[in-house]
Design a protein around this ligand. Structure first.
Ligand code: AP5
Ligand code: ZN
Length: 210
């Protein structure tokens, strides 16, 4: 099954992608994670993407489209995949169509902006394995340390309030039009993402199985 997870920054795409990935045994592909890894490794791609990401802007379409194309060619995508954070603009969605990729379902996780601010400002991520926590909603067992690998948990640079506001604005202007784009294909399923993680997971899995 080929799935797209749509939703504002902090709506819970990464959190739900992890569950679907375990349930369906298909890889979750996050363009944000691929870009952060490139920044960490100081590659040419990372250098180029960094200023856009730190400022809460989108990385240019051409760059992310190429990243995704390469990733989808890998063997582990043969039985399906979950796209988390791609497409994020109409040209990216059109590029996906042009690649001949058949999408089965587009799950749109809906959360109010006010809640997003709380979720993202409280998020902490492991700098070694990328595991995600929240100071209030999903604290790690030992403060500042990752449950999975013991690495340090830190705040993402783009999770500071001013940058979150910018990311939300970018989302409403450039990514939200994708709801209409996919509604027109009959593949869009809207999931209420306001409640706690378990509730959203139940609704997301229902949407996957629908
Ligand atoms: P990316 O890494 O994709 O970030 P994002 O879309 O902004 O999404 P997030 O990872 O912030 O949020 P999420 O929805 O995954 O929420 P999460 O599950 O972590 O992109 C980063 C940047 O890379 C972009 O700004 C852009 O520059 C660039 N980029 C990436 N893809 C691109 C593309 N295609 N085109 C151009 N540029 C691109 O949850 C958030 C927090 O809330 C966590 O702490 C979690 O524990 C908590 N939480 C989750 N669900 C719940 C719940 N139900 N109740 C309470 N807490 C919850
Ligand atoms: Zn870790």
């Amino acid at each position: 099954m080929n799935l797209i997870l749509l939703g504002a920054p902090g709506a819970g795409k990464g959190t739900q992608a992890e569950v679907i990935c375990d349930t369906l045994k298909i890889p979750a592909i996050s363009t944000g994670n691929i870009l952060r890894e490139a920044i960490k490794n100081e590659t040419a791609l990372g250098m180029e993407a960094k200023s856009y990401m730190d400022g809460g802007k989108l990385v240019p379409d051409e760059i992310v489209i190429n990243i995704l194309k390469e990733r989808l060619e890998k063997d582990d995508c043969k039985n399906g995949f979950i796209l988390d954070g791609f497409p994020r603009t109409v040209p990216q969605a059109e590029a996906l169509d042009k690649m001949g990729v058949n999408i089965d379902r587009v799950i749109d996780i809906e959360v109010e902006d006010e809640k997003i601010m709380k979720r993202l400002s409280g998020r902490r991520v492991c700098e070694d394995c990328g595991a995600s926590y929240h100071l209030e909603y999903k604290p790690s067992k030992s403060e500042g340390k990752c449950d999975k690998c013991g690495g340090n948990t830190v705040q993402r640079k783009d999770d500071h309030p001013d940058t979150i506001k910018e990311r939300l604005q970018v989302y409403h202007q450039q990514t939200e039009p994708l709801k209409d784009y996919y509604y027109a294909t009959g593949k869009l399923i809207v999931v209420e993402g306001q409640e706690d993680v378990a509730d959203t997971t139940a609704l997301t899995l229902k949407a996957v199985e629908a």
